[in-house]
Design a protein around this ligand. Sequence first.
Ligand code: DGY
Length: 327
Amino acid sequence: MKPSVYITRKLPEDVLVALREKYDVDMWEHEDIPVSSEVLKEKARTASALLSMLSDPINEELMESADSLKVVANLAVGFDNIDIKEATNRGIAVCNTPDVLTETTADLTFSLMLATARRIVEADQYVREGKWKSWSPLLLAGADIHHKTIGIVGMGSIGSAVARRAKGFNMDILYHNRSRKPEVEKELGATYKSFDDLIAQSDFIVCLAPLTPETKGMFQKEQFEKMKNSAIFINVGRGPIVNEQALYEALVSGDIAAAGLDVFEKEPIDETHPLLSLSNVVALPHIGSSSVETRKIMMKLCIDNIKAVLEGKAPKTLVNKDAFQNI
Ligand code: DGY
């Protein structure tokens, strides 16, 4: 019997050819409805591999009954939806998709900065709603991006790619990270700052940090109060890093000027969420890495990782490396 692979969202058939040749592939039939936890648990019970989405909780309860499970390949660089400790204890390899999405996610981050500062979404709506009656000197006037100060929280590969774009806009680059990044300091002239200094001195505060116990709730009322009143806050990291109620209050009270958000505490965000009532918020449905080219490369990487583990070889991008010294 061939080992079985369960894919938790409908993916294009052309990327699955290599997988279908060797394995018994089963796939959730919807593109935009997530698999329920009951179905996922049932499928995981007999699967050797899971190709999962960042919205699928791969937790202890699921792994408990997944006796044949050898690998979880998550279609994202982030893996906060997976209980890594539990997977490692059970000898399940967890793989993600770093690097291949770096430039695409940096493009999206910069798009959010531009859209928020230059009020692109508001302006588009203004034209479509027939409100444009005359040219006027301060019509939908926004803020400049060039020659401003960007503060990047989380200087991993995506942070560095955003910093390279910022350099092209003649921005001063500040960053805060768990560890110093001498190569980024040298190449881009980025300056390391404490978190408090960064949030106080930046015009654009760009959060690209992963969700960990240390980053959870990092942005509270106090942090927004320390920012400039003209500051623009961008989050392409993970929603729970930010207290959304505090962000909403900061935007309403004028503690900060605007926010561009690709991620939310609870996804999908409810359309009645207070943040969505504000015109100085640009909200996106977690599409950081979503270009057709990149998403297909990410799918291929997941498939390569699954094949590698099932063939007893080292996968290209293993998260829980320590537990798998010998593959
Ligand atoms: C990921 O892949 O984890 C990011 O959220 C990019 O969209």
